[in-house]
Write a protein that binds this ligand. Structure first.
Ligand code: CA
Ligand code: CA
Length: 330
């Protein structure tokens, strides 16, 4: 299973840029949202455009040649590569939602997360002493490693992420008319991650050239997770890093590769072949899509095309989210 590749076998068992905003829409390249209490959140404009989503047969062949221990089935859901048009520009969080931003929401809305309520099970999945386990006292407040307010929030479920988005919609009085905060569709996410690139990563196909681009399972992490395939460079972080510590991609987005996995809006399902406009994923499923890999992900998983999934109530120590502000209803 691909889960094994990620290192979460036990958990998964549980489980050509173009176009600019339309007339009337504010062509604000960067938006700063005031969340109150001195807390702000930055979003950048992602232009409308087309891209190739997923991986070609040749991509998958090259991945298997690079990592001979990997199994073809782990990457089967990246195919077929297909052309996607995103017909409308949208804004996307420049960073993953941070601990400080999430705390602002929790305090303003009086919200309790699934981990804290014990929805389905108590706590969250964490990594302790180099091993994955369910910890009943884990939550976004205690992911079993140290975080400051500028680290990405983790151990939040898809439901928790949606509650944050609901709160944003209700509380951002400066939001443009007709636009809505939401989680990114999987297509928006991959388009934004690639930012015009067609390679495995934003920096090309060579994992060894990724230093400075992201926080992943690197030589720093190898000291703690000695049994895993790691990137051949040091990023200085075993667990999460403050958001924006590494290079921005062509759209000005940070940490699309690594740091925390990011929940998407879509239900998970196989890709349909053929050209598509504004796809929104499977009609239904048991699991929601997450993208981008994390501090716990090695080179095969960190690629722009990788797809992963959890149930909407699951919460995991390397999984957070970012938001989009897009034209139309939620
Ligand atoms: Ca790292
Ligand atoms: Ca990320």
């Amino acid at each position: 299973m691909k889960a094994h590749w990620q290192g979460w076998a036990a958990l998964a068992l549980l489980a050509a840029l173009g176009g600019w905003p339309e007339a009337g829409e504010q062509a604000t390249k960067e938006r700063v949202v005031d969340l109150g209490g001195g807390v702000k959140m930055g979003l950048v404009l992602i232009p409308a455009g087309t891209f190739t989503m997923g991986s070609t047969e040749a991509d998958i062949k090259a991945v298997l040649a690079k990592w001979p221990d990997a199994k073809e089935e782990w990457f089967a859901d990246e195919k077929p590569a297909h052309k996607v048009m995103l017909s409308k520009a949208f804004h996307m969080g420049k960073h993953e939602v941070t601990v400080g931003q999430f705390r602002r929401f929790v305090e303003a809305a009086g919200y309790k997360t699934d981990a804290e309520k014990g929805t389905g099970f108590k706590g969250a999945f964490v990594v302790a002493d180099g091993k994955a386990k369910l910890a009943e006292d884990a939550s976004w407040r205690n992911p079993y490693f140290k975080q400051t307010d500028d680290h990405p929030v983790v151990c939040v479920s898809w439901n928790d992420a949606r509650a944050f988005v609901d709160w944003l919609n209700a509380s951002d009085k400066a939001k443009p008319a007709g636009s809505t905060y939401r989680l990114p569709t999987e297509a928006q996410w991959e388009y934004a991650c690639r930012a015009g690139t067609t390679s495995w990563y934003q920096w090309g196909d060579d994992p060894d050239k990724g230093k400075g681009w992201c926080n992943a399972r690197d030589l720093t992490a190898k000291k703690t997770f000695s049994d895993r395939t790691v990137f051949n460079w040091d990023d200085g972080f075993v667990y999460t890093a403050p958001v924006g510590s590494f290079k921005a991609n062509g759209f000005g987005l940070h940490d699309m590769h690594g740091n925390a996995w990011e929940w998407c809006q879509d239900w998970d399902g196989p890709y349909q072949g053929g050209d598509q406009t504004d796809p929104s994923g499977a009609a239904s499923s048991e699991v929601r899509v997450l993208r981008g890999g994390s501090w716990y992900s090695g080179p095969g998983v960190l690629r722009s095309a990788i797809r992963f999934w959890y149930r909407p109530g699951d919460r995991v120590t390397d999984l957070g989210f970012r938001v989009v502000l897009a034209p139309g209803p939620r």
